[in-house]
Design a protein around this ligand. Structure first.
Ligand code: FEO
Length: 392
């Protein structure tokens, strides 16, 4: 694919990764992704903003055919899906200087073994004139690494945001069309990698609040030519209260835990509480991460295996602990065969969750009436707490 014009002297470059289905050997990519780079030609200088994943470097290099010189390569983020082709670009344009935050410089030296003298570090708020175009560098740490920054193109009111506001989508439509599809993909992306850094991201949103922004050009997915809704969505995900929602990951081996799960789901439904079930034997963990963005309560359903929670539940608990969702309450339901410490083991795995633990419901073997009665009490408790907090 060739360079594509966004505005006069501003072009999209990059690669659309239609086939990729996994990121970080962990995160599902149901819709593929893209690695966006941008070329800005000013009257007195040319800048390339970010590169692409090294697996697709050849595409970027072809798009740079015919570009006589690059003066600056702006590196917003050191992760290799944006920086990985940097050595190849520098090989072709050895006079180019790499502009990055001081932390990004250090990371790029470590990750790509680039020489220190190719870098020029930029301070927060520093500007660079390309003649008729001015780049303003804004440090936005922890979206989702410590070194991240964005670039604001002053004359065009265009924000180049890298991962910030990004969405894993492979499409050849340059601009956002179906807002619903992009909202889901962007929320999934936020849930998977940005969710733990809500405090830092809130500060970054505040920093950007004073800027007139006509477009946001991220490094994954499409360009927002009407960007206000994605900024508002981020505000909600970061600062908004949780919803009247129970996120319910579970595993059942012989059907007993499933009976508990279904009974509690029915009881919560009768009480007006939304439930999202995730059978961890088949679930897409990206969907689970996305649901955790809104959950007020997490209920974990697990049988006991070898004295502890099922390993797939342990995996989900580890993930939830790392994502630090804004949930306020947590409980566990499950059936055990002969004994064990599933609840105690799970509790020890989630120290990062600032939740109040509601009385677990455990039963030996097939659930009996006492277990179902306990589930009704748990549903009452969850509904009451959500109601008292005014969650919607
Ligand atoms: Fe798209 Fe954090 O890299």
């Amino acid at each position: 694919m060739q360079r594509r014009k966004i505005r006069d002297n501003i072009h999209w470059l990059g690669a659309i990764d239609w086939d990729r289905r996994l990121f970080d050997a962990l995160i599902p990519l149901p819709d593929g992704t893209s690695y966006n780079a941008y070329l800005i030609r000013g009257s007195a200088g040319i800048a390339l903003l970010d590169t692409v994943d090294p697996a697709m470097a050849d595409q970027l290099m072809r798009q740079l055919d015919g570009v006589a010189a690059i003066d600056y390569i702006v590196c917003h983020h050191a992760e290799q899906d944006h920086s990985g082709a940097l050595p190849m670009v520098l090989e072709r344009f050895p006079q180019a200087r790499v502009l990055a935050t001081p932390k990004a410089k250090a990371l790029l030296v470590d990750h790509l073994h680039l020489p220190e003298d190719v870098f020029v570090t930029v301070a927060d708020g520093e500007t660079l004139s390309l003649g008729d175009k001015t780049l303003r560098f804004i440090h936005t740490p922890w979206v989702h690494w410590p070194e991240t920054m964005v670039t604001y193109l002053v004359e065009d009111r265009l924000l180049f945001s890298c991962d910030f506001f990004g969405a894993h989508r492979a499409t050849n439509d340059l601009f956002v069309g179906d807002q619903g599809l992009v909202h889901e993909a962007a929320k999934r992306y936020f849930g998977e990698i940005m969710q733990p850094f809500r405090t830092a991201i809130a500060k970054n949103l505040e920093k950007l609040a004073g800027l007139p922004i006509e477009m946001i050009a991220p490094s994954h997915g499409q360009i927002y030519d009407r960007p206000s809704w994605i900024i508002e969505a981020y505000r909600d995900w970061v600062l908004g209260p949780p919803r009247n929602l129970v996120v319910f990951p579970f595993i059942s081996m012989h059907g007993s835990t499933r009976l508990l799960v279904d009974r509690l789901t029915a009881a919560l439904t009768e009480r007006g509480v939304t439930v999202e079930l995730f059978n961890l034997a088949v679930t897409d963990i990206g969907k689970l991460a996305m649901a955790l963005v809104d959950a007020a309560t997490i209920v974990v359903g697990t049988p006991t295996v070898l004295g502890g929670p099922h390993p797939l539940v342990a995996h989900a608990a580890f993930l939830a602990n790392a994502l630090r969702p804004k949930a306020r309450y947590l409980s566990v339901v499950g059936s055990y065969g002969w004994g064990g410490k599933a609840v105690e083991t799970l509790a020890g795995m989630i120290p990062n969750l600032k939740v109040e633990v509601l009385e677990p419901v455990l039963c030996k073997g097939l659930p009996d009436q006492a277990a179902f009665t306990a589930l009704e009490r748990l549903a009452d408790e969850i509904a009451r707490r959500h109601g008292e907090s005014g969650l919607q």
